[in-house]
Each structure stands twice: as C-alpha cells, then as structure tokens.
Unconditional design. Structure first.
Lengths: 393, 289
C-alpha cells in the first residue's frame, strides 16, 4: 500500500515538472509594463565604502527624479544594490544572486576593476548588459564586449592625457617625473597610458614606485622619489591614499607637484589632506559643481529637493551622471525593452553630454568618453585649470 | 633616509607595542587571546572624534573622557562577552573574540559610517630638522615619545600601585591571589579596562597619521606577531616585539622592495614559531596536570 502511494506521488511530481506553463515569450526578466529591475554591485562597507555609498546616492537621486515623472515609457526604475565589500568573489556571488534570485533585467554600475572584471565573463555568457561600470580599466573596452558599456574615461587614456597636460599645458616637457601607482590593474592601466605618451615625447621617468591597495604609509616610496630628483609625481590613487601622499610629502617638507587621475577628483580628498592639499592637480571627467552646465544644475536641484543634508561631491555627481546615461539608454532602447534592444539603443548614443563628458558608443565602440579636464586644489576647493582636453595623437 | 625610516618604523612599532601590550595583559590575566584589540583602537578614536565634533569639547578633555569611557566599555565587554569564556577551550575563546571583532567593527560602521575621517593631531605638523642634516616627522617622534611615556607609567603602575600588584599576583597564580583576598573577577574587569585604555591610546596616536575609518582595526592583527615574537605573556616582550616588527618591516620595505613590507611581519611570525616558539622573552610554560 505504501509503495503504491509513493509511486502515485512520484508520477504526480514528475508530471508536474513536465507540465510547466510555457516560458514567457520574448520578455526578458526584470521588465514589466510599469517597472524595470536593475542590479548594482557596490562596496558599501569595505575600504571603498565611501565611493559605493556616494555613487548609489547620486544614482538613486536621479532615478527618483525620473520615476516621479512617470519613468521611462511608463516604467519606473527599481535599483537593487548588493554589497561586495570590495572582495571579488563576493562580487560574483552578488551577481549570481541578482540574476538568478532577483531576476534583474540588467546591471547598472559595479565598483572597482577587480569586482567588474570578475563578473564580466558571467554577464557576457548570460547576455546581460552592464551600463556604466565604475571601472576605468581599458581592458574592459579593448577589445569591446557587446554587453559592457563603459561610460567613463579609461585610466589608460587618462595616463596619456596627464603627460599631454604636463608637456602642453604646464609647458614643462623637461621636468623630472616620477610615478607612484597602485600595484594592481588600476595602477598598471594608468602606467600603460603614461608610458605610451612619455615615449612619444621622449620622456623617461626618474623613478617608478608602487604600493599595495589600501596602504596608508608612503614614506619609503616618497623618499625614494625624492632621492631620484622627481619634480612632478604622478599618482594612481583613490581617496585615502591621495590624502596620505599629500600629507606625507608635506611632512617631509617636500614641495613637489602631485598629479592624479579622475578617481581623486572628489573634494573629500582635499578635506582629508587639509592644508597639504594646496596645489594638488587632479583630472575630472565631469563639470565641477561651480559650473552652469545643465546637468550640474539638475544635480544640485535634485540634491536640494530630496536630500539637502547630504554633502555634494564628485562621486555622488558621477553616480547621478551614470543614472542619466542609463536612462538615456533606456530611452534609446524604445518602448519594447529587451536586453538586446537596450544594447542596440546604447549603440546609437552619440555625443550625449550628461555632466560635461561627451559620450559616444557605436557598433564596435564601448568606450564612451575620451576627454577630461584638469582641476586644482585651491584653499580646500577644486577649481578648473583647463577646458576639456583630448589626447594629442 | 635610513634615519627617517628608522624613526617612522619606531613610530609604527610603538603602536604595535601598545596593541600587543593590550593582548598580553589580557592573556596573562585570563588566558584569553583578544582578537578584538584592534577594534578597541577604532572605538577609542571614534569616541574622541564624536566628543570633539558633535559635543564641541576641547581636544584634551575629549581624550581624557574618551579614555574613561573606553575603560567602562572594556569592562562591559568583559562582563557580557568574555567572562564565561575563561577556562574554556582555546578554540572557543579565539572564535568568540574574532566574532567580537566583527561585531565591533560593523557596529562602528553603523554608528559612524564606513567613511574616512581626518583626525586631529596631538603633535605639531612641521617636520623637525635634526642638526640641519635630515628631517623627521614630528608626529612620528611624538608617537614614540608618548608611547614610551605610557609604557613607563605602566611599569610604575604594575610595580608600585596596589591594583597593579594585585593584577600581577593574579596573573602569576589565580588561586593564590584569591586566597590572599584579591577579587579575581575584579582583576578581570580592571584588566579589560586597562587593555581598552591602551587600545584607545594607540588609536588616538595612529588615527591622525592614517585617517580614521572602521577598518583601522586590522592594524591589530599586525600586532599579534609582535606579541608572539616577544613571547606571548611577556610585557617587555610585547614592547620589544612591536618595535622590532615596526622597524624591520619599514626598513625591509624601503631597502628591499615595497611589497615586502606588507608580509614581513608574518614572515617574522612564521620564523619565530619555527625557531623559538616561546618568543624572545617567553618562558617555556609547563602546566601541571
């Protein structure tokens, strides 16, 4: 009797498995008539927590603005954020969770080259688009990957621009240049650009120093750079390390010109470094908050409207800008929103200027931005030094 | 350059020494290995920040108040989390204090956020010129002097005050101490209070140099090899161990290769455990069963 019951139950169970309703037709997961579900993977509690929080803050500010106007083609944007604590295996686990459990439509922004590189093969395999990752690695776009749209300026390009800046704007082609870069893809990518452009002008670096991500003591490296006679030091750092380098140089009594990439363009760097920040030059890939660019004005308005207590900064501005790029992509994709239509829509983006950086994609072009401007730390604030520069070829 | 690296190595070594001291006094009193010592650093420094910025207290008042509050906090942790562990299997103790360190770290993140904060420096910012030959950082020199002053105070405390003597007695022989009338439970509380104060001072000294954020506690893990090197259970050993590790990792990082610095402390730890596991000043303890 028991065997019979067991037999019947198994038949029913197996039957149930085969009698599934047919898979929903052309619609991709995460898209309904009134909502699009988007995933993001950020460091919210690790050593890049400040960046992660700020980026999401800015993006959500813009999405709220768009949602209150009815969304894109009637679809409101819902952002699901996972914390990877800047640990790459966690990023992959988070990506899988967002895809398999939460069934997101696509990914909007991931933080860090390591985390992004870790999930890219998975996204490519699943054919899920990733728009505006916060990874400036040139390897992400050369060769271009169909589903990955980098809406920033790669560090390799920034490296080239820095050398151009020193030669053409500062007009110091003969000055002794030293480098201090993070010992990972981020730093190596900038070095690639620096080396390439230095070769063009016949410049040789007097010293090339490295440091491990998260380091806070730079005295050995700075001592060596000083002994080598460096007059300009190009750093590839983020927030804390930049401030630590500036403070250490000041502590050493060494007045050297320090120049850094766009990741250092948040005024919090100047705040952390205090007086040592005077004269620091950074690259920026968005207009400063003092500009009257319509994107900047919108950011300030939304900030005032929804979260006036929060302190504005470059990273929240970049998050806002990334949100604008994503929404523009949704618009270009058309009302019939699928992953493929999003990719096709983004490919049509030409000279879209959200916050100063002009973004263009194309059938084989996933680079996005190829220009930047230089800003200088003056009395605790960043002021523009140049207009938008492109690489001299 | 050698001299500058020596000084900065001694500065970071003094911090390791202070944290290692915290480890060692707790271990000596209770045989508990406190992996949350680094987090006490972070909490002490954040308390000072809150007292100065939110309450607007002047720096020195905030420092003293923070140390007082940290002593209470240390005693609270001891009563809530640690007391039941005394005498239990060492694995449980280690797991519990590691867990405590996670809790404290993320609690700090929830309270103060995971951002970086500039921290007021106790020492002047101008570099000092030594006989016109070389310059050293005033903060580094200040850290060294403050740490040594603190260690001297600790020495006097243990040698001449009744509480200090009671703690030493309890460390040597708990049963004997309680027979003589020393309340061992009170000694446990006081030990954690003292360790919390040491941790807080370490945090206050290092935060201006390295920016305060909740992950600063990882420095505590570097102090662990220092305590082992000196002989886990030896107070002078903790100091010597901390200084050796601080100086040698800095010099190795400068003159060998940058990446060496990050692993040098652990190379030393492995070396010591293989060659002389009881450490420099440690005594081979034989437990009578």
């Amino acid at each position: 009797m028991k065997n019979r019951v067991l037999f019947l139950v198994s038949i029913l169970f197996l039957g149930g498995l085969f009698l599934q309703p047919p898979a929903s037709s052309a619609a991709d997961p995460g898209v309904t008539d009134d909502q699009v579900l988007v995933g993001a993977i950020m460091d919210l509690t690790g050593h890049m927590a400040f960046l992660g929080k700020e980026i999401i803050h800015g993006a959500e500010l813009y999405f709220r603005h768009i949602n209150e106007k009815g969304g894109v083609y009637g679809r409101k944007i819902k952002l699901l954020v996972e914390d990877d604590m800047a640990q790459f295996p966690r990023a992959l686990a988070a990506a899988k969770k967002l895809v398999e459990r939460d069934k997101v439509f696509c990914f909007f922004s991931t933080l860090g080259q390591g985390s992004t590189d870790t999930i890219v093969p998975f996204l490519e395999k699943e054919k899920i688009p990733l728009v505006a990752p916060f990874s400036q690695s040139s390897a992400l776009i050369h060769p271009p990957k169909r589903y990955i749209f980098q809406a920033t300026v790669s560090t390799e390009l920034q490296g080239r621009l820095i050398i151009d800046f020193i030669v053409n704007h500062l007009k110091q082609p003969k000055s002794k240049i030293g480098t201090l870069v993070q010992a990972d893809i981020y730093g190596e990518d900038l070095m690639k650009g620096l080396d390439r452009q230095a070769k063009k002008y016949g410049i040789k670096f007097v010293a090339e120093e490295r440091f491990k991500r998260g380091a806070v003591d730079f005295s050995p490296q700075l001592q060596r750079l000083r002994s080598a006679g460096a007059e300009i030091v190009v750093v590839c750092t983020v927030i804390r390390e930049t401030a630590a380098v500036l403070k250490e140089a000041k502590n050493m009594g060494w007045s050297v010109q320090i120049i850094g990439p766009s990741a250092t363009s948040d005024p919090v760097v100047l705040h952390l470094a205090g007086e040592a920040s005077e004269g620091y030059i950074s690259m920026s890939i968005s207009e400063l908050l003092t500009s009257d660019h319509p994107g900047v004005k919108l950011y300030k308005e939304m900030h005032e409207k929804y979260d006036p207590k929060h302190k504005m900064g470059a990273y929240s501005q970049m998050g806002f800008e990334a949100g604008m790029v994503f929404v523009e992509g949704l618009r270009l994709a058309g009302k019939d929103l699928t992953r493929e239509s999003l990719v096709n829509g983004l490919e049509k983006m030409k000279a879209y200027n959200a916050m100063g950086l002009s973004l263009t994609f194309g059938p084989d072009d996933r680079e996005g931005g190829t220009s930047a401007l230089f800003i200088k730390g003056t009395k605790g604030k960043y002021v523009p030094m140049t207009g938008w520069m492109m690489v001299a070829d | 350059m050698f001299f500058q690296q020596l000084i900065s190595g001694m500065a970071v070594g003094s911090i390791y020494a202070l944290i290692a001291l915290g480890f060692v006094i707790i271990y000596k009193a209770t045989e508990v290995i406190n992996f949350a010592q680094g987090e006490l650093m972070v909490w002490g420094a954040f308390l000072v920040l809150t007292l100065t910025t939110s309450l607007g207290l002047p720096l020195w008042s905030s420092l003293l108040l923070s140390l007082f509050l940290m002593a209470l906090f240390g005693m609270l942790l001891e009563v809530l989390a640690i007391r039941r562990l005394v005498g239990k299997h060492v694995f449980s103790i280690v797991m519990a204090t590691i867990g405590l360190s996670f809790v404290l770290r993320h609690l700090a993140g929830i309270i103060w956020s995971y951002d970086n904060f500039p921290f007021p420096s106790l020492f002047p910012r101008q570099p000092l010129s030594i006989m016109g030959l070389t310059t050293i950082s005033s903060s580094h020199l200040g850290i060294i002097l403050a740490s040594f002053a603190l260690m001297a105070l600790l020495f006097l405390f243990f040698k001449f005050t009744s509480l200090g003597l009671a703690m030493r007695a309890s460390q040597q022989n708990q049963l004997g101490a309680s027979i003589v009338g020393i309340s061992v439970k009170r000694i446990f509380s006081m030990t954690w209070a003292l360790a919390a104060i040491l941790g807080a001072i370490a945090g206050i000294l290092i935060a201006p140099v390295q920016f305060l954020n909740v992950n600063l506690g990882y420095l505590g893990l570097k102090a662990f090899p220092a305590a082992v090197l000196g002989g886990f259970g030896s107070i002078p050993g903790a100091i010597v161990g901390g200084l050796i590790i601080g100086i040698s990792e800095n010099l190795a990082g400068t003159f060998l290769a940058t990446w060496v610095r990050d692993i040098f402390a652990y190379i030393i730890l492995l070396g010591i455990l293989m060659i002389r596991p009881e450490g420099i000043f440690g005594l081979q303890e034989k437990k009578r069963v």
